[in-house]
Design a protein around this ligand. Structure first.
Ligand code: FES
Length: 268
């Protein structure tokens, strides 16, 4: 793991997939050693919120990230960023990529990003790979890439019971809790979704109860055995941030609107 402070990392490509999804390529050569399922912390400006982002893939000096626009910091990346102030990583304990047999993924939102990353590693270990993506409006980000790496890809509205040697879930704590409830008894590795600030185990904001013990998503995770995670505790704590995030997003939208108005009046 390498920390590079006070450098600017250029965004070499930005692709808007839909109003609320974008793909960015960042030049950050220290991510080149990323292993299966690791993440990076990306911060647009010194004052922006640090975002833990799953690494989709790394080619040479460039790392790609799929971002769902859900709050101020992700909207800043979409609307304004041409480079970012801070990139730390690769972070987290790598996903155990080995032969399991049939591996079934359940994903939601940006969860397809770590799924593609891990699937690329699991393919080399001769696993059969299937993916079910939960979507209410039928949108599947990175559909073609998913179909090129998974043997089967399907969109679902509800979690189903499946036969598998391993289940993997990513993109939502509520989804992981449901996959575990419906498929209890099947080995299941889930990515916990928490706020992350320092990424080195100092602030404790990312704490998770696993088998009754305090663990840190940033350094012990983000992958944990789903049957051991206290999902109720985690979901309850993450929900506490929702109101604050909503206010920050509304405030930023007003700033964007004022900028737009200034631009228009300067043009008239
Ligand atoms: S992000 Fe601070 S302890 Fe994990």
């Amino acid at each position: 793991m390498v920390y590079n402070l006070h450098l600017m990392y250029p965004i070499t490509e930005k692709q808007i997939l839909r109003e609320d999804y974008l793909l960015i390529k960042l030049r950050a050569s220290h991510l080149k050693h990323a292993k299966a399922g690791q993440y990076a912390i990306v911060q647009y400006t010194e004052l922006s919120e640090p975002l833990p982002l799953s690494i989709l893939d790394v080619e040479g000096e460039e790392a790609t990230f799929l971002i769902k626009v859900v709050g101020r910091s992700t909207l800043e990346l979409k609307e304004e960023a041409e480079s970012v102030f801070y990139v730390a990583g690769p972070l987290g304990i790598p996903f155990p990529a080995k032969h399991y047999g049939k591996v079934v993924f359940f994903t939601k939102d940006w969860g397809v990003s770590p799924a593609i990353n891990i699937a690329n590693h699991l393919r080399k270990e001769n696993n059969r790979l299937e993916l079910y993506h939960m979507s209410e409006d039928g949108f599947l980000p990175l559909k073609e890439r998913l179909e090129s790496v998974f043997d089967k890809v399907e969109i679902l509205e509800k979690v189903i019971q499946v036969n598998a040697d391993l289940l993997v879930s990513a993109g939502s704590n509520r989804l992981s809790r449901e996959v575990e409830l419906i498929n209890r008894g099947t080995k299941h590795i889930a990515m916990v979704n928490t706020h992350i600030l320092d990424g080195v185990g100092l602030c404790l904001v990312c704490r998770v109860l696993v088998d009754g013990n305090l663990r840190l998503a940033c350094t012990d995770g983000p992958w944990f055995p789903a049957d051991k995670v206290d999902w109720e505790n985690l979901i309850g704590r993450e929900d506490l941030f929702l109101e604050q995030e909503k206010l920050a997003l509304e405030e930023y939208k007003k700033i964007l609107k004022r900028k737009e108005l200034r631009k228009t009046s300067a043009e008239v």
